[in-house]
Design a protein around this ligand. Structure first.
Ligand code: ADP
Length: 624
């Protein structure tokens, strides 16, 4: 300690308060030294303390400014939250910080939820992709320019490529397969469109022909702007191939069916002529003198040939109806007279079986109606015959009612009812099909072919009605239908008197079939015409040359020279305008047109109604 003995504060106090200082005793000096040391220690401690204090205050300052910055940020966040909240809830005048803090909590919660949802979405996206893969669906995405931006492996695999190879391809880069013409109807162009579409496209795939069932849908980005689309495809090649095979098989089956039909039509047509001749001949035979036994034989023969003719007519009818060759006639008829004639024969048959037959007609049904009365009678005869056939006891009724009338038409209801064996519910639809009977015992017990109802149903439909059935097994049946028929004129039409007379007419009959020759000649001579016969067309040409005839009846199918050829020669080479009337038993082919084209004047199909043939011959003779 320089210049002074003790601590400077002790020195100052000694000088002020101790008289005689610095002269002090030795003991006193010892005491003062100890006091001065304490002062020194105190000084040192203070310096240490002051340094420590200064350091902690610096630290505090730094913490404080960090805290301030945090507070600043928080208040900024709060402020922007307040702004957002005010714009969201403009009605809320004062949004206090507490609310905002709560809001912040909520926002944080929402953010957390969103993270969870996003994670879930990713999971479910993956699951969806797994499903798409397991369903064997191929998927790809494309941008607004229609270029592929994302390709799932299955999509690429269909084309034998890897997804990387396909990036940037557009739909026109895919090759279209050439398909058979029937499939063209369902085929579409492969297209990455930004609209929703479902279509089938034929392409060339990994293993040649590839049919894809495609679905496209537009896609949007997060802000809802369209950004392209997605296409999901399913390989339907196998299905398409199967369809094609089935179509071909069906075509083959249909061709077979057509063939069957045409065989049926041709066979029945071929059978028709001879059976018709048997029927005609037995009619002529029955008019001759016969022994009792011969008459009995003839009766059986007539019965059998009549049934055969009915069957053949039915078969021909089926063929005609199926090929659309049945044309309805519109004839005015006397309603009550027609049905009383129709039922006469049938009621006899019913009575023979011990059944009661009755028919009734609503008084409102007009006396005269127009329609195809022959076809109507055919249907009713068939229904009534069936009713008699399938009824062992009880009665059969025909009821004709008027459903409604307009100024020009009447809707008439026809019903045939019996108390017979009835038809099981599960067979009711089937019996309207060709060659179908209720069960296999029917033929054994009742005979029949199963054609009648099929024909009747089709005829009724042709006439604009529907043949229906109500029946129960063992409780009888009721077949019924309604037809719109035109009203006829009120006045009774005079029945034309048929009084044929061809006296003086010279007719050349060109016909190769002996039976037909016989029948036609018998008819014509009974009308007092003079008839010569040519066996073929060539002979007919020679005879026409003689100029001895007023009219030619020309069969179409003949050996040597057929009717068409003969007519052509007569018209073109002989330059003769003699009336030629074609005769044909061909019920199916459109021969009428061909006959007229080649130069015939008219055409009559066999078997012909005498009145019709007479009328035609008369009209040409008169012209001549
Ligand atoms: P077919 O009488 O020649 O057998 P149909 O086509 O006229 O042919 O009739 C077909 C089948 O319908 C008959 O075999 C019979 O089983 C049934 N059927 C038709 N009419 C009646 C009826 N009135 N009562 C009971 N069954 C009927």
């Amino acid at each position: 300690m320089e210049g002074r003995e003790y601590h400077r504060l002790l020195e100052r106090q000694l000088k002020k308060f101790l008289p005689g200082y610095p002269a002090v005793s030795v003991e006193m000096q010892e005491l003062l030294r100890a006091i001065s040391n304490s002062y020194e220690h105190f000084d040192n401690d203070r310096v240490v303390m002051e340094t420590a204090m200064r350091e902690s205050s610096d630290e505090l300052m730094a913490k404080k400014s960090a805290l301030n910055a945090l507070l600043d940020r928080q208040s900024q966040v709060l402020e922007s939250l307040r702004e957002a909240a005010t714009s969201l809830f403009p009605d809320q005048a004062s949004i206090v910080n507490e609310d905002l803090l709560r809001l912040a909590d909520i926002v944080q919660e929402e953010i957390q939820k969103r993270h969870i949802a996003e994670a879930r979405k990713e999971q479910s996206d993956q699951r969806l992709m797994d499903i798409i893969e397991s369903l064997d669906l191929g998927m790809a995405r494309y941008n607004l320019q229609g270029k592929l931006t994302h390709i799932e492996p299955r999509f690429a695999q269909l084309f034998g490529k890897s997804p990387g190879d396909m990036l940037g391809l557009s739909s026109s880069d895919f090759q279209r397969a050439t398909v058979v013409s029937e499939e063209m109807k369902s085929a579409s162009d492969f297209e990455f469109s930004a609209t929703h579409r479902v279509f089938e496209a034929p392409l060339i795939g990994a293993s040649d022909e590839l049919w894809l069932l495609c679905t496209t849908a537009p896609l949007q980005d997060d802000s809802g702007e369209p950004n392209g689309g997605v296409i999901v495809v399913f390989d339907i090649t196998q299905r398409k191939k199967l369809e094609r095979e089935m179509r071909e098989a069906r075509k083959a089956a249909e061709a077979g069916l057509e063939l069957r039909k045409s065989i049926l039509a041709n066979v029945s047509h071929e059978l028709h002529t001879p059976v018709n001749a048997i029927v005609g001949m037995s009619a002529l035979l029955s008019a001759t003198a016969l022994s009792e036994q011969q008459r009995e034989y003839l009766k059986t023969m007539r019965f059998s040939s009549d049934s055969l003719l009915v069957l053949i007519d039915d078969l021909l009818d089926v063929s005609r109806i199926e090929s659309g060759k049945v044309e309805l006639e519109f004839i005015e008829f006397d309603v009550r007279d027609n049905f009383s004639q129709l039922t006469k024969g049938l009621s006899l048959r019913a009575e023979e079986k011990g059944l009661k037959f009755s028919w009734e007609i609503d008084t409102r049904v007009a006396n005269r109606l127009r329609g195809d009365v022959h076809r109507l009678n055919q249907v009713l005869t068939n229904l009534i015959s069936n009713a008699i056939k399938f009824t062992e006891a009880g009665n059969v009724q025909l009821a004709i009612g008027c459903v409604m009338s307009t100024e020009n038409t009447q809707r008439v209801r026809f019903e045939v009812k019996d108390t017979g064996i009835g038809i099981a519910a599960n067979r009711q639809a089937a019996i309207f099909q060709e060659f179908t009977q209720e069960d296999s015992s029917t033929t054994r017990k009742f005979g029949g072919t199963g054609l009648g109802l099929a024909i009747s149903k089709k005829i009724v439909e042709l006439m604009g009605g529907r043949l229906e059935l109500i029946s129960e097994k063992n409780s009888g049946s009721s077949f019924f239908f309604e037809l719109d028929l035109e009203l006829g004129s009120d006045q009774e039409q005079p029945v034309p008197v048929f009084n044929p007379d061809l006296h003086g007419a010279r007719i050349l009959l060109v016909e190769d079939n002996k039976v037909n020759q016989f029948l036609a000649k018998a008819l014509l001579t009974s009308w007092k015409a003079r008839v010569d016969i040519s066996e073929d067309g060539a002979d007919a040409v020679e005879r026409v040359k003689t100029g001895d005839y007023d009219l030619v009846l020309m069969d179409l199918q003949m050996p040597v020279m057929d009717g068409f050829e003969a007519t052509a020669v007569i018209r073109n080479e002989l330059k003769s305008s003699i009336p030629i009337i074609g005769l044909s038993a061909n019920a199916l082919n459109d021969e009428r047109e061909r006959s007229l084209q080649i130069g015939m004047d008219d055409y009559v199909s066999k078997p012909f109604k005498p009145e019709l043939l007479y009328g035609i011959i008369q009209s040409y003779l008169r012209k001549g």
